[in-house]
Ligand binder design. Sequence first.
Ligand code: KG4
Length: 347
Amino acid sequence: MSLALAFESSCDETGVALVEDGKCVLKAPLFSQIATHRPYGGIVPEYASRAHLEKFSLLVHEILESHPLKPGGIDYVAVTTRPGLIGALLVGYQTARAAARYFKVPLIGVHHLEAHLAAIRLSGHEITYPSLGLLLSGGNSAIYKLEGLGLISVIGDTRDDAAGEALDKAAQILRLGYPGGPLIEKAASEYILQRQISTGDELLLEKENIFPKILKSLRRDSVEFSFSGIKTALLRYTEKNSNADVNALAFFYQERLVEHILRNLSHAIENTGKLPIIAAGGVLANKRLRRGLEDISKKAQVPLLIPDFKYCTDNAAMVAAAAHPYFEKKILSPYSNVTSERTFVTL
Ligand code: KG4
């Protein structure tokens, strides 16, 4: 049995977690900075770093109240070292380093995107190699081939926005608020209810076809994301139609976004010979997307693993889950230094 204390601060979530064997969460207090950043419609890096600085000690105390840990009481400390906001990462890294020194245990640096995928361990699953990793968050949209521990190559990335960013920006255009993903999803599901009593707007929108098919020019089997086209289409449409039905726009926007993600995943499955899929990141909290992924996995007859809802968005338990195999196998993590570099080590 091993016990880890983990820290997450790559963006706007301050998280600390106490996790057994990389999968059993004993305690995982999390502070969301959404209210701090909401007035700005996005994350203000300096405010994020300051909030991490304030909250880490409170969250650590919360853990110590229920689990009075002493030096020797844990086996390792895990921390996100990349990618992310550099000030925010540094606050987490220095806090984790201090904790590792106090407990006299190793410090294991973790790649944030690998941590999102490793979150499936928190529901008792294991990553098998090779697998496909679909990662959709506020800062990343990509499909990876997972070839082994720390051996991750990029199959397709985004040309412009990330999926979560595209949802956040759309919600801003529609004046729904921040963060956009859950608000667009809510408005879209209200439209589905509303559609049962009136189909007028739907027909109008479908006829006008406001959201172009994404990247029509791409090679048929390519794997590449781009969300800036539908975002611009939404902006132009709302500029010209001030009374447009917001719920209908949210619905069609979400449909196009999901369709594009599913198209890319289908191509990746075909191109790599039907590997199992792990899908993770904050956007996987979206139920419409989850249903679409389940359909694809059934059709292609490949297994699909998605973390529990509560571990889809940023949290520290997934950081411990990612660090665990490095600790168990005594392999030096390739992510031991803090850097804002986005890319994986590609071998
Ligand atoms: O993974 P995450 O917590 O943070 C990053 O590392 O970026 O993802 C945050 C993103 C935001 O863009 C947010 O709008 C999106 O995930 N998101 C959702 C939903 N919940 C959060 N997107 C679609 N549907 C949701 N229900």
